[in-house]
Design a binder for this molecule. Structure first.
Ligand code: FAD
Ligand code: DHB
Length: 395
């Protein structure tokens, strides 16, 4: 097989990249270890930044998003006895959208089907070769056990946090920064109307809680739990009781309505950045290059921002024989990556309870400041709703 770009991974980064490359007249082949059904039903992100929505719309992926997505003006910040609404639209002139990653993934699947995109699902033993040459190639085993080779001009590593692409960059050619956090999230999806119009981020001495949603019939909720937590120790009743306590059931007449839980999982939290995001003809995008803890709702949005830069960079390099954007890709993307890495760390450390009374007082002081100061609230709003994609973060 021969193509211009081999894309490793059919998550949001890989699928959107194949879509944008196609719009720019560049061919690609996508390789994915999982099945299409698995990829399209994986419950993950739910918040799209304004710039993510604009990009999806501009590339013809906005129809269902505009119809079924729900625009939110802001979020509530809460701690025991107090709830404060931050209105992002008032503060920075833009909000965010509720639209599940499952839906983005399905929209991308439909668009790629319509374009006749070549995607190989359920592949195994994906290996990257000759990345430092101008003729890299990738080998893999297909679902039927056949071994294949795809020759290309470039390889896009979009295979998430546990893929092969990041590892394909030699240790001497990369720097990695990493932070693990001393807590995890227990996430549930429930068939019940959200008990709130917009998201509630709650600090509580028992641990952080988040009330999010997917639609007017489906709620998404998270609880801070200890690392290594066994999900079997959390019955549905225990989960709803903890959510009621931490989200302030009964406070000022607010009630949390429980309902049937349809999905339950525990997710560890870490930050990771690898630089540069390019090695020879291998370009990394999304979780393959960086991971953020989920508290700032940045992961999916960062993946989208990366490929929004990578698609024109690859088109310049392969179609127009102009390497300038490709040469700038890593530095340009990393400015936004580090901004989101800092914001996610900041939200995470502000909101998660630790066994330290001094830290708790600092967190509460910071929360009061964000709620009371327009300057502080504007900073949160600017980062949460997403900074523009591209070179706008240059000094
Ligand atoms: P992935 O979605 O991980 O896709 C990578 C793909 O590569 C996968 O399909 C994988 O199967 C495939 N793959 C792996 N190895 C190989 C291989 N060797 N060969 C071929 N294919 C391979 N982000 C937000 O912006 N907002 C949120 O609200 C939010 N909430 C989240 C909640 C949860 C519970 C979780 C887990 C994440 C959340 N995120 C959120 C993060 C977001 O889901 C990720 O950042 C996003 O999926 C990254 O997209 P990606 O395409 O880079 O990677
Ligand atoms: C969701 C996840 C997040 O990490 C977040 O900060 C907000 C919402 C969600 O899954 O809905």
């Amino acid at each position: 097989m021969r193509t211009q770009v081999v894309i490793i991974g059919a998550g949001p980064a890989g699928m959107l990249l194949s879509h944008l490359l196609d719009l720019g007249g560049v061919d690609s082949v996508v390789l994915e270890t999982r099945s299409r059904a698995y990829v399209e039903s994986r419950i993950r992100a739910g918040i799209l930044e304004a710039s993510t929505v604009e990009l999806l719309e501009a590339s013809g992926l906005g129809e269902r998003l505009r119809r079924d997505g729900v625009p939110h003006r802001g979020v509530d910040l809460q701690w025991p006895g107090e709830r404060h609404h931050l209105d992002f639209v008032d503060l920075v002139g833009r909000g965010v959208w509720i639209y599940g990653q499952t839906e983005v993934q399905k929209d991308l699947g439909v668009a790629r089907d319509a374009a006749g995109q070549e995607i190989h699902y359920e592949v195994a033993d994906v290996r990257l070769h000759d990345l430092e040459s101008e003729r890299p190639y990738v080998t893999f085993t297909d679902a039927g056990g056949g071994r294949h080779r795809v020759d290309a001009d470039a390889v896009a590593g979009c295979d998430g946090s546990f893929g092969v692409s990041r590892a394909a960059v030699p240790a001497a050619a990369k720097t990695t920064w990493e932070r693990t956090y001393p807590y995890s999230w227990l996430g549930v999806l429930a068939d019940v109307a959200p008990s709130t119009d917009e998201l509630i981020y709650a600090w509580h001495p028992d641990g952080f809680a988040l009330h999010s949603m997917r639609s007017d019939k489906v709620s998404r909720l998270y609880l801070q739990v200890a690392n290594g937590t066994d999900i079997n120790g959390w019955s549905d009743q225990r989960i709803w009781d903890a959510l009621a306590t931490r989200l302030g059931h009964g406070q000022d007449g607010w009630t949390l309505t429980p309902g049937p839980i349809t999905d339950k999982s525990v997710l560890p939290m870490r930050s990771l950045v690898m630089a540069p995001m390019r090695h020879g003809r291998l370009f990394l995008a999304g979780d393959a290059a960086h991971i953020v803890p989920p508290t700032g709702a940045k992961g999916l949005n960062l993946a989208v921002a990366d490929v929004a830069l990578l698609a024109p960079a690859l088109a310049g390099l392969l179609r127009d024989n102009d390497p300038r954007l490709a040469d700038a890709y890593s530095d340009t993307a990393l400015r936004r990556v580090w901004r989101s890495t800092h914001f996610s760390w900041w939200m995470t450390t502000m909101l998660h309870a630790l066994d330290d009374p001094f830290d708790a007082q600092l967190q509460l002081s910071q929360l009061r400041w964000v709620a009371a100061s327009t300057a502080a609230a504007t900073g949160l709003a600017e980062n949460y709703t997403g900074l523009p994609i591209g070179d706008s973060l240059r000094d």
